[in-house]
Design a protein around this ligand. Structure first.
Ligand code: FE
Ligand code: FE
Ligand code: MG
Length: 165
């Protein structure tokens, strides 16, 4: 990777790589939580929920791609063992053991809220030292905010449908 590119990322590149690997682990777990949720979800408004969960899964995977690209640019190694995702994650993984649509949406909303907090605090940490990473994190955060809103709107629709019955 470029030596000057690495230099402008600030003095504490190793610490930054560690934090990016934590976020990277979150993204893979978020991807799988959405993906498996889209396969097993049951209940009212299922088709709309499946479409949104499937789309979000692909978007989480894209976040992992953005992070891994930056980790490599900074001279780091992205997490190479899936079992390390569990050790490094900020937001964890909520298995959709109850496939009822309300439960699945609530789990994913909690995940998005954790992602929003995580990216927001990471951005504050690096805002004066690494504009390139900051810009990548802003792209991701913007989409996490959209995800939270999409899921809350879907949950409202599901509740409306259930109250009609
Ligand atoms: Fe994400
Ligand atoms: Fe998200
Ligand atoms: Mg969406």
């Amino acid at each position: 990777m470029g030596t000057l590119g690495r230099k402008i990322a600030g003095a504490n590149v190793e610490e930054l790589i560690k934090l990016l690997n934590k976020a990277y682990s979150d993204e893979w777990l978020a991807y799988y939580q959405y993906w498996i949720g889209s396969k097993i979800v049951k209940g009212p408004d299922k088709e709309a929920v499946i479409a949104e969960l499937t789309l979000h899964a692909t978007e989480e995977l894209n976040h992992a791609t953005l992070l891994t690209t930056r980790i490599i640019q900074l001279g780091g190694t992205p997490v190479i063992k899936p079992q390390d995702w569990y050790k490094l994650t900020n937001c964890g993984y909520e298995a959709p053991e109850d496939p009822f649509v309300v439960k699945v949406l609530e789990q994913n909303i909690r995940g998005e809220q954790c992602a929003i907090k995580t990216y927001n605090s990471l951005m504050k940490k690096i805002k004066d030292t690494d504009p390139v990473t900051y810009n990548i994190l802003l792209t991701i955060l913007t989409q996490e905010v959209e995800h939270e809103e999409d899921l809350q709107a879907l949950l409202e629709d599901v509740n409306v449908i259930m109250n009609q019955k």
